[in-house]
Design a protein around this ligand. Sequence first.
Ligand code: CA
Length: 277
Amino acid sequence: MWVTYQRHWPVIELPTAAGASIAVLQEPLAGCFVMLNPMATILIVEDDALLLDALTGQLQQLEFGVHTASSVAEATTLLQSQAVDGIILDLGLPGADGMELLTWARTHIAGLPVLILTARDGVEDRVLGLNAGADDYITKPFNMQELQARLQAMLRRARQPAFTQASSAAGGASTTIGPLVLDHASHSAALNGDLLDLTQREWELLELLVNRCGEVVTRDDVLAAWRASPPEPGQTAAPPLNSNALEVYVHRLRKKLDTSPLAIRNIRGLGYMLNRP
Ligand code: CA
């Protein structure tokens, strides 16, 4: 989906504080800037040589840089000398368990996204992995396309727009975009100082759009976020979480934002994007 936009949007260079420049796409209509997907480097930790080869080949085809390791010790050594943008981590490894690497990475490398790829398919295993700080969890056997999609989604999440990170850092747990202020701790949003009346799903959708303002949020991204969150309080039968439901929520959210310059745009065939005012 990034590639589509690279073809049509002009690429410009912006200077950074460090004196280097970053390539960004200029959205032609709204003047939004979207960072190009820079080539990411992934560490694959996997002791099954065939699978490791297959994964490496696939990711290299997608122009990822790839490092490989077949044990926790090897991975730890590599991570001390090489910078990577994300890890695909098997859990059943010879010697130390993959969970040990996850714990190590969480305490040694801030914000490094980790996707667990394992044969352990029990709910307790998933909960254990996600609670230990994994960003995603896929069980074997897996679909390569799904793995790619979820890997890319994980990397996108790790690369929130700089302005969002800056305002989160400056203001604690809140994000401000024009007249809209999101308080991430209380799950509340205010527009021009007035609290918005949002359902849980509307909040989740809005937070996703705000965190990735200027980027396309795909329908799958939203549906995955919804499915990962608890059912809305007070609902005896949860409505199905599908594209139709999403359209309804987007419609409602637009109505709640319609007094503001914020616009949720349809990106045909892909999803939605919140434009900066
Ligand atoms: Ca294994």
